[in-house]
Design a binder for this molecule. Structure first.
Ligand code: NAP
Ligand code: GLV
Length: 306
């Protein structure tokens, strides 16, 4: 068995070492043009040349949860694309989103401003029942986030492509479901995959249906959100603000007005990082399952786009 690795912006050496340890008999190597053909590839944002040259691959393992960039390439229809499912990401995402929701709900930014100027002042406690949190995308990450938010007793809603039945979470799906979901949501958390259906889905029409004083947390992909529409709705007072981890262009360009917006918190696509040890363990487990002829989780459906 041969395994090749091709990462756009990550040193492959520790990954090669980890995989070689798990499969001592296999040939494990970082890809370069003209490299031998492999059976399995482990990739992040590979060039088209990699796909064209590696025409003996059975499986393409993506070292992230989202496969939107990979599906932009011309891939042979027989190639199985497999994404990371969780591998240590869901707990990070739960931490990030709960932090952002609580920071907004408890007005910690405003307290920071006060205390930095030596001011000891109280704000009126807000009513938790008024801060319903709607999680768009109830997959591996969204479900974990929704459950984490329930611990803090926020009313939690969910929206997904297919109907869900999760204890204590009011769940919606479909077109009418979307309107009901948005109108019942105060804090919106986006955890959908980027597909032709979900691109630009957070726009003036959808965001203006959120409850007045709404708040947006985008931790999925920048292209879900029409940034100008978000800014308009914050500036006209319909929305209270946003926490954004992902952007249409990354790194966020220096002249993007989001940087300086006082009601938008920016983080550099870091809400749930790929963890090397956990990811290698998951991929090794999946290769072994495939060798035994068993089914694996995380196989991408190219028609659905996730
Ligand atoms: P997942 O398990 O595939 O879950 C996707 C969820 O979105 C599912 O519930 C799915 O519905 C729903 N969905 C898909 N298309 C939809 C549509 N048109 N309308 C409504 N709901 C739709 O994915 P995941 O592992 O939770 O990851 C979600 C996304 O998070 C990734 O695709 C990636 O873009 C992003 N992500 C970001 C970071 C970061 O650091 N910022 C890290 C990891 C992942 P069904 O349940 O009905 O299929
Ligand atoms: C990160 O954004 C991922 O998709 O894993």
């Amino acid at each position: 068995m041969k395994i090749t690795l091709c990462f756009a912006s990550l040193p492959p050496e520790p990954w090669v070492e980890g995989l070689q340890k798990a499969f001592p008999q296999a040939g494990v190597f970082a890809w370069a043009p003209g490299a031998p053909l492999a059976d399995h590839a482990i990739v992040w944002a590979p060039p088209q040349q990699f796909i064209d040259e590696q025409n003996g691959l059975k499986t393409l393992f993506n070292i992230g949860a989202g496969v939107d960039a990979l599906l932009q390439l011309r891939l042979p229809p027989s190639l199985k694309v497999v994404r990371l499912d969780d591998a240590g990401m869901s707990v990070q995402m739960a931490e990030y989103v709960c932090h952002a929701v609580i920071r907004h709900f408890r007005e910690f930014d405003a307290y920071d401003v006060d205390t930095q100027s030596g001011k000891w002042s109280y704000r009126k406690p807000r009513i938790r029942a008024d801060f319903s949190v709607g999680v768009m995308g109830l997959g591996v990450l969204g479900e974990r986030v929704a459950k984490a938010l329930q611990v803090f007793e926020f009313p939690v809603l969910g929206y997904s492509r297919s109907p869900k039945d999760l204890p204590g979470i009011r769940s919606f799906s479909g077109a009418q479901g979307l309107a009901d979901f948005l109108q019942s949501t105060r804090v919106l958390v986006n955890l959908m995959p980027l597909t032709s259906e979900t691109e630009n889905m957070l726009n003036h029409s959808t965001l203006s249906q959120l409850q007045r004083g709404g708040y947006v947390i985008n931790v999925a992909r920048g292209k879900h959100l029409v940034e100008e529409d978000l800014i308009t709705l914050i500036d006209n007072g319909h929305l209270a603000g946003a926490t954004l981890d992902v952007f249409r262009t990354e790194p966020l360009p220096a002249d993007n007005p989001i940087w300086a917006h006082p009601k938008i918190t920016v983080t550099p696509h870091t809400s749930a990082r790929t963890l090397r040890e956990e990811s290698i363990a998951q991929i090794v487990g999946k290769i072994k399952a495939l060798q035994r002829g068993e089914p694996i989780n995380g196989v991408v459906d190219p028609q659905r786009g996730y």
